[in-house]
Design a protein around this ligand. Structure first.
Ligand code: UDX
Ligand code: UDX
Length: 470
């Protein structure tokens, strides 16, 4: 099949950048990104390219080149489905917050809705591409829905997991380590996979495009994220040991990472990993393993998350301990709220959980993040507290302990302590001498990302604590 029109359902962090790059690299294909959220689509269509709903370095340039040429953003989902030969599903698949599998399995509600909508609307054959991260065997579910409710047209379901990391999405899409395409190993399944291979071949070397069966593809995505997260939990576990033994975790990471069998990436000790994928995907893996009665396997992976929770808790507890065992009424300045630098995404950010713990201990949390808005920060806390069953009036009360700034000076002024939660480059170049003058004494810094120079800051007068070093 020759593809002339692609549609993608879901204009989020994955759908938006991925489709923008496909449109840029394949000018002969029309790419329409659709979403039920009109505000989001309006933002993608904004004349001002600094107002796109997703912040990613380089994304504005790509959208500038392709939008209006062969890249379109729309809320007319039915029209886009009908006109396209290939449909990507990139809707969100959060961890379930209710019912069977609550807190563990992925909520496939949106994916199923997409499949039903495609089945209802389609009058010609389509290739459906799973882009959302999904539990293993979801392709089968989609295929069954399509086959049973469709208009007699033929559907081929492919799995094409996304490996881009936020903050480097455009670079990752331009120069992917690999592209993975899973299909049924039937003649038509392989043909459909080849159609997608042809699209990626426009810019990805053929040897980097891997084709597998659907289940391997789905499982590889969960496994890749579990392995990456496991490395972080491993080094974070060692960071606690470093603090007890006077070793330095960055030195240990460098020493072990120099072994080419181990490698140097994903060994940066931190306040804990966040983001929409790691925890969710591991929970999926754990749920799947328990489903197949593989309890040892489930326990093994679950520990990666437990360690991550411990790391976040440890960071908050260290702040309380160092501030003479109480943060009641104290001003703690958070530099950074996003789950990593160069993104405005805050999903599962460690900052949320650390703020929650400190607010429980009656601290005031003052936040500055260069890309995250006050509304978002308050929504994040509101969401967490609602999940915990806290009443609306109590939430309103707690939110009075949260203050958000659009510049760092007032955020830090008069603070008892500064906590670095995100590794934004600009934090390294702040005028820390000046900050020191305006803070309460003793002035503390808790560097949850190990980005600041301890000896320099101690010379200024700060009491300094990093991760995995004393
Ligand atoms: C992606 C993946 O798809 C998810 O499975 C992965 O684990 C994380 O990354 P992401 O792009 O980050 O999700 O999610 P989000 O930014 O929330 O975007 C999803 C979009 O889908 C939203 O804009 C939402 O409005 C849209 N959507 C959702 C629909 O258009 N239709 C629906 O039925 C549901
Ligand atoms: C991840 C995967 O990297 C990507 O391949 C997949 O498609 C989606 O999930 P993402 O969550 O966007 O990407 O960012 P990533 O760079 O992996 O960082 C995840 C979290 O781990 C962040 O909170 C980051 O700060 C933290 N991290 C990362 C560390 O604490 N230490 C490290 O060494 C690396």
């Amino acid at each position: 099949m020759k593809v002339k029109n692609i549609c993608c359902i879901g204009a989020g962090y994955v759908g938006g950048p991925t489709m923008a790059v496909i449109a840029l690299k394949c000018p002969e294909i029309n790419v329409t990104v659709v979403d039920i959220n009109k505000d989001r689509i309006d933002a993608w269509n904004n004349e001002d390219f600094s107002k796109l709903p997703v912040y990613e370095p380089g994304l504005d340039e790509v959208v500038k080149k392709a939008r209006g040429r062969n890249l379109f953003f729309s809320t007319d989902i039915d029209k886009a489905i009908e006109e396209s030969e290939m449909i990507f599903i990139a809707v969100n698949t959060p961890t379930k917050t209710y019912g069977e599998g609550k807190g563990m399995s992925a909520d496939l509600k949106y994916v199923e809705l997409c499949a039903r909508q495609i089945a209802k609307v389609a009058t010609t054959d389509k290739i459906i591409v799973e882009k959302s991260t999904l539990p293993v065997r979801t392709a089968q579910t989609i295929q069954t829905i399509l086959d049973n409710t469709g208009n007699g047209v033929s559907f081929q379901v492919l799995s094409n997991p996304e490996f881009l990391a936020e903050g480097t999405a455009i670079e990752d899409l331009f120069n992917s380590d690999r592209v993975l395409i899973g299909s049924l190993q039937t003649k038509s399944g392989i043909e459909a996979a080849n159609t997608l291979v042809d699209i990626y071949s426009n810019w990805i070397p053929r040897e980097k495009i891997l084709t597998t069966n659907v289940w391997s593809s789905e499982l590889s995505k969960l496994t890749a994220n579990a392995f990456l997260a496991q490395r972080i939990s491993s080094i974070n576990a060692i960071s606690a040991l470093c603090e007890a033994t006077e070793a330095d975790v960055d030195e240990v990471a460098k020493a072990i990472g120099s072994d080419s069998r181990i490698g140097s990436k994903f060994l940066k000790a931190s306040v804990g990993f966040g983001g929409s994928c790691f925890q969710k995907d591991i929970l999926n893996l754990v749920y799947l393993s328990r489903h197949y009665n593989l309890n040892e396997v489930a326990d093994y992976w679950e520990q990666v998350i437990k360690l991550n929770d411990y790391q976040k808790y440890r960071f908050a507890k260290n702040i309380i301990t160092d501030l003479f065992n109480t943060v009641n009424g104290k001003k703690i300045s958070f530099l950074g709220w996003a789950f990593k630098k160069n993104t405005n995404d805050t999903r599962e950010s460690a900052a949320i959980y650390i703020a929650d713990h400190l607010i429980d201990n009656m601290a005031e949390i003052h936040v500055y993040d260069p890309k995250v808005s006050e509304v978002q920060i308050k929504n994040d806390l509101n969401y967490l507290w609602s999940l915990k069953g806290i009443s609306n009036s109590e939430i309103d009360q707690k939110l009075k302990q949260v203050f958000v700034y659009d510049e760092p000076y007032s955020c830090v002024s008069n603070a008892h302590a500064v906590a670095i939660l995100t590794e934004w480059d600009q934090f390294k170049n702040f005028n820390w001498e000046n900050f020191y003058k305006f803070m309460q004494k003793p002035a503390f810094i808790f560097d949850g990302r190990n980005i600041l120079d301890k000896s320099k800051l101690e010379k200024i007068g700060f009491k300094f604590r990093g991760i995995g070093k004393i």
